[in-house]
Design a binder for this molecule. Structure first.
Ligand code: F0G
Length: 464
């Protein structure tokens, strides 16, 4: 007998109380935080969907691993357990621990990215783009054409446009492309998966021109499960077998264990290139730590190694994708425009379509994110022109991002279905009075990654 209801495949052993603020309190908090949700304190948030990164609940087995952690400076037992696990799943020769994903990016690009070089990706995440640009390189997004229609339910909208990759290589020359990256799932492109066929095709192009392929592996298990569900030929394979095949087409990877490592901190950089690995370890020692801990405690290495096994459990992945889909479907059927189909770790509301009266450079996504916090204490994240507007190098003029999205990222194993029902209710109230939402203006900003700290001002006071 099988039942329709997909349950959370875990019991709760420790709980963390939520402080329930009032709307009046939240309005004062917003003013103090300059309407930037990164500047709001977490105990002022009721449901925190800012990110799925580092926010997972660890299992009892992971906490047991924390106690077992070997904190030796060199040759830690926990490192060898971590290395063995990463090698078994990802298959790369060299495994370099780092404190989080962006540290892997910084080390990789410090060695491979020279001024003027070009690095293609299906869609660069913001830290990836910033690390490339910081080195004087050009980060180019090559998403497949299906991604631009947020309403089309294509199964693998995270794919890279392989024709565009071929064109780019012939335009700039393979010698100016030190590596190609593929982000699974495509976070900035709506959390959409990349198909095995696409990974294989991108890999074949890279091999033809002698360019290494690196996978940004943050959400590799969710991507593997989408392949199992949606790609012909994979229904009978385990997520582990699928993950192994995905990485077999690449030369290395960067990983933030704060996502599909089910850990609260950590990451790694992998490569099959011996000479490069040696240089990477030298840089690692400079800023992260000795190669058998790389900026992490032994206990973190244990938690990650155990998390990497747990994340590939089929029941976990079934629940994970079902709970994200539940949120997406419940708001979409009431008319809220979302990126279809819902992604693995997040639902993305298309604020550009929901708030057409707010021009992109008045930040419709920011307006919606602020409203969800004001109404219900729900914290989300703008992924639009605040994060990704581009400045024209000649005129200095700002060009809007391709899409104005608000991401509702779901922490792993943290919220129950009634938390999600509450979020649905808050979003539907905001949707009903959407015409009254107003745009924002940035009053202060930094040159890189401005969204983390910039200050906003509402263009006219919220009129509710
Ligand atoms: N690549 C992708 C696709 C990411 O989503 C992130 C982080 C990183 C790299 C960097 O990893 O945070 O460990 O340094 N994404 C988080 C998010 C921050 O909210 O999506 P990190």
């Amino acid at each position: 007998m099988s039942f329709r209801t997909i349950i959370e495949p875990f019991k709760i052993k420790a709980v963390e109380p939520i402080r329930l603020t009032t709307q009046a309190e939240r309005e004062a908090i917003l003013e103090r935080a300059h309407y930037n949700l990164f500047l709001v304190r977490s105990d002022e948030v009721i449901i925190d969907l800012l990110t799925d990164s580092g926010t997972a609940a660890m299992s009892s087995e992971q906490w047991a691993g924390v106690m077992r952690g070997d904190e030796s400076y060199a040759g830690s037992r926990s490192f060898y357990f971590f290395e063995e696990t990463v090698r078994d799943i990802f298959g790369f020769k060299h495994v370099i621990p780092v404190h989080q994903g962006r540290a892997a990016e910084r080390i990789l690009f410090a060695l491979l990215c020279k001024p003027g070089c070009v690095i293609p990706n299906n869609t660069h995440f913001d830290t990836t783009r910033a690390n490339i640009e910081y080195r004087g390189g050009r980060a180019v997004d090559l998403p497949c054409p299906e991604l631009s229609d947020t309403t089309a339910p294509h199964p693998f909208k995270g794919n890279m446009d392989t024709d565009a990759l071929e064109r780019l290589i012939s335009e700039v020359g393979a010698e100016n492309i030190p590596l190609v990256m593929l982000t699974v799932t495509n976070n900035s492109g709506g959390g959409q998966p990349v198909s095995m066929a696409n990974i294989r095709a991108v890999s074949a192009i890279c091999r033809k021109y002698g360019i290494p392929l690196y996978i940004d592996a943050c959400r590799f298990a969710e991507n593997a499960y989408f392949i199992k569900l949606r790609e012909p030929g994979y229904a009978d394979k385990t997520p582990l077998e699928i993950a192994r095949e995905m990485f077999s087409y690449a030369d290395g990877c960067t990983m933030s264990a704060k996502k599909d490592g089910l850990a609260n901190i950590g990451g790694f950089l992998c490569t099959n290139d011996d000479a490069l690995a040696q240089q990477e370890k030298e840089l690692l020692i400079l800023t992260e730590g000795f190669p058998t801990y790389g900026g992490l405690a032994g206990r973190d290495l244990e938690a990650i190694a155990i998390g990497l096994r747990e994340v590939l459990d089929e029941h976990y992945l079934e629940y994970r994708l079902a709970s994200t889909r539940y949120l997406g479907e419940h708001i979409a059927r009431e008319g809220v425009p979302i990126v279809q189909p819902p992604g693995g770790h997040a639902v993305y509301i298309d604020a550009g379509r929901m708030l057409p009266h707010i021009p992109p450079l008045q930040f419709p996504g920011q307006s919606l994110a602020v409203e969800l916090y004001r109404l219900g204490g729900v914290r989300s994240c703008e992924i639009g022109s605040v994060m990704f507007a581009q400045r024209d190098p000649d005129t200095g003029e700002e060009r809007p991002a391709p899409r104005e999205l608000v991401r509702l990222a779901i922490p792993r194993r943290v919220y129950t279905q009634s938390h999600v029902d509450y979020v649905v209710e808050v979003i539907l109230v905001a949707h009903r009075h959407r015409e009254q939402l107003r745009g924002y203006r940035i009053t202060w900003q930094t040159p890189f990654l401005r969204h983390f700290s910039c200050h906003f001002e509402p263009l006219s006071p919220p009129s509710l």
